[in-house]
Write a protein that binds this ligand. Structure first.
Ligand SMILES: CC(C)(COP(=O)(O)OP(=O)(O)OC[C@H]1O[C@@H](n2cnc3c(N)ncnc32)[C@H](O)[C@@H]1OP(=O)(O)O)[C@@H](O)C(=O)NCCC(=O)NCCS
Length: 104
């Protein structure tokens, strides 16, 4: 997978707690804190063609729950890429999503 970021995070929650809004709340809270602490992004963060700082995310194209979490946290789809399967299976398709720092 092409890495454009300087850091990455992942998320997973026990199935007993799925679909209660917890990860949307956690991701939204994380982003809010991230922009407060790193208003210019982490050192080395790239800017888009308009000079705006952003955070990228990827999720498997068939991971509807994760893609919905991203959407609810403000991410929009910006493309897709093929990546090696982590477990050695056939290549997988990842959707690439992006959220920009909110305009103040
Ligand atoms: C992805 C994951 C973290 C989501 O956590 P969560 O706390 O259940 O997420 P939320 O409750 O905030 O939101 C889930 C949304 O996905 C929707 N959703 C869940 N399964 C879905 C499906 N099969 N198709 C469409 N939408 C689905 C829910 O309805 C909800 O959207 P809504 O609020 O509009 O109804 C959780 O499913 C998980 O741990 N999965 C396994 C690990 C994983 O896939 N991690 C992400 C890797 S990129």
């Amino acid at each position: 997978m092409a890495r454009t970021s300087v850091a990455s995070i992942g998320y997973e929650i026990s199935p007993s707690y799925w679909n209660k809004g917890y990860l949307t709340e956690a991701l939204s809270g994380f982003l809010s804190a991230y922009w407060k602490i790193h208003p210019e992004g982490l050192q080395g963060s790239k800017l888009d063609e308009s000079g705006r700082v952003f955070v990228d995310a990827t999720a498997l194209e068939n991971n509807a729950a994760s893609l919905r979490v991203l959407e609810k946290a403000g991410f929009v789809s910006v493309g897709q890429e093929t990546a090696k399967d982590w477990y050695g299976g056939p290549d997988v398709v990842l959707k690439r999503c992006r959220v920009w720092k909110p305009v103040e």
